[in-house]
Design a protein around this ligand. Structure first.
Ligand code: ATP
Ligand code: MG
Ligand code: MG
Ligand code: MG
Length: 469
């Protein structure tokens, strides 16, 4: 079996052999983009190069970039454990051309890697192109010899990439693997595309235009290439399995979690082990990159992921904090590729243990309250916003944790009621402060706190926005 570590190596070696400079992954906290929560694609560290603000470090580059999609515009947190292909933390393998080669070479390089070096069967691959991109369509015919019905024209934003309302943009082309008719789902563009049968493995972006206010206003003087292939997804294919959690890295973590929790990964427990394994990766890598749990911004996203995992550890019946004891396995699997991980091992262990010990003090009571409050609720019912707020305020349950806990029973949460309870509490705090006889102008701090978001609640809302912190 080809290990995930081998596949990463094969990818980087291939592009090095094809005159690309291999660059290390950037940290998960973007250094050049305060508007973005976490790095969520391989191109993020190169944004300023693509816009022309920075000169390219090299004409052609390749990387394996750590990505987190658990907040902001790209949020896959609610997909984890529910689809066979989404993780909150994953590695994006990418090759980049900064005004160097373009569409033809990019398609050649991708096709040759996938079908020759990685040896995937061509007849199980399907590609998409943007509906107006005849050039890409013809190149796939010529280079890959794909039959017409396996080059699908897509008219949606799925196949048109843009950095923002203003800036570089262009059509994209995606490569899909058919996991077989026994898996539910249909080809891209079909009504069943959201299933896990046809899984997108690689996205090739052809940056060729410039837009202003979401309208194309011209062509880039030097078109560029940005690609992203999910390492865990290609490993799933290479290892002959159908779900990212069945690949070697996850199997190792899940085996450790089974052992520590004394619970087999089957039935209801399977989902819990998977969520724990995914969240272990995202939280550990975030801590290694300097994020610490807190009540706002990035730190609150980290805390929310940690606590979701900790609820699952509790569901498995683990009697002691679990997450931090999985760190050695994670480091064993990924420490060589990411030396920052073993370097931060002691910190990661300590932060995870402290958070889990602390959350355990209220978790059980909170879950009991949740059970009582929902005893008579079923499919289609809603938990009151008051109760969700009490769970948040008294027991440290992030709003989304409560929602997640009720999802399998089809019970929703009254979001408006939750917001109203939050507002009432803020107003009460303000009134108490006024009544305390403090100087009237101290009130300005409440205004600042509300505007700047120095409250626990803001940590949550900030993840609802466009990746703003
Ligand atoms: P999907 O449509 O499956 O959600 P995407 O179109 O959002 O994927 P891109 O933004 O194109 O993904 O990212 C490039 C590649 O990164 C994808 O082709 C996929 O292989 C991988 N990828 C994206 N999101 C995830 C995720 N949450 N977990 C694992 N791999 C991912
Ligand atoms: Mg997606
Ligand atoms: Mg997609
Ligand atoms: Mg895509």
């Amino acid at each position: 079996m080809t290990s995930t570590n081998d596949i990463r190596r094969t990818f980087l070696d291939y592009f090095a052999a094809n005159d690309h400079q291999v660059v290390p992954s950037a940290p998960l906290v973007p250094y050049n983009d305060p508007s973005l929560m976490f790095v969520n694609a391989g191109m993020v560290p190169f944004k300023n190069v693509f816009t022309g603000v920075e000169t390219p470090p090299t004409p052609r580059a390749a990387s394996s970039q750590k990505c987190v999609r658990a907040g902001g515009k790209h949020n896959d947190l609610d997909n984890v454990g529910y689809t066979a292909r989404h993780l909150t933390f994953f590695e994006m393998l990418g090759n980049f051309s900064f005004g160097d080669y373009f569409k033809e070479r990019a398609i050649e390089l991708a096709w040759s890697l996938v079908t020759r070096d990685l040896g995937l069967a061509a007849d199980r691959l399907t590609v998409t192109v943007y509906h107006t991109d005849d050039e890409a369509y013809d190149l796939w015919r010529k280079i890959a010899g794909l039959p017409e019905d396996r080059i699908i024209r897509i008219a949606t934003k799925d196949n048109f990439w843009a950095m923002g309302a203003d800036g570089p943009c262009g059509p994209s082309s995606e490569i899909f693997w058919d996991h077989g008719p026994e898996i539910a789902g249909g080809p891209p563009g079909s009504p069943e595309e959201d299933g896990d049968r046809f899984v997108e493995i690689w996205n090739l972006v052809f940056m060729q235009n410039v837009q202003e206010a979401d309208e194309i206003v011209g062509d880039l003087p030097r078109p560029s290439i940005d690609t992203g292939m999910g390492l865990e997804r290609i490993a799933t294919v290479m290892q002959g399995v159908h779900n990212v959690f069945e690949t070697d890295t996850f199997q190792a973590i899940i085996a450790a979690s089974e052992e520590l929790a004394q619970a087999k990964a089957e039935g209801d427990a399977l989902g819990s082990h998977r969520v724990i394994a995914d969240h272990l990766r995202s939280t550990s890598f975030l801590i290694a990159d300097g994020v610490l749990p807190s009540n706002e911004g990035r730190g609150y996203v980290l805390r929310r992921i940690m606590r979701r995992a900790m609820r699952h550890a509790h569901l498995l019946g683990a009697s002691e904090p679990l997450m931090h004891r999985l760190v050695p396995t994670l480091v064993g699997e990924m420490g060589q590729a990411y030396p920052d991980l073993p370097r931060a091992q002691a910190l990661i262990t300590e932060v995870l243990e402290r958070e889990e010990t602390r959350f355990r003090q209220t978790l059980e009571k909170g879950l009991r309250l949740l059970d009582d409050a929902t005893a008579n609720l079923g499919e289609g019912d809603r938990l009151s916003g008051e109760t969700a707020f009490k769970l948040y305020d008294t027991y440290g349950f992030p709003y989304d944790l409560t929602e997640d806990a009720l999802r399998s029973r089809g019970v929703a949460v009254d979001r408006d009621g939750f917001d109203a309870a939050m507002d009432r509490q803020k107003a009460a705090a303000r009134a108490a402060w006024k009544g305390s006889g403090a100087a009237a102008d101290s009130e300005i701090w409440f205004d600042i706190a509300e505007r700047e978001g120095a409250t626990e609640f803001t940590g949550y809302t900030s993840t609802e926005g466009e990746g703003r912190v």
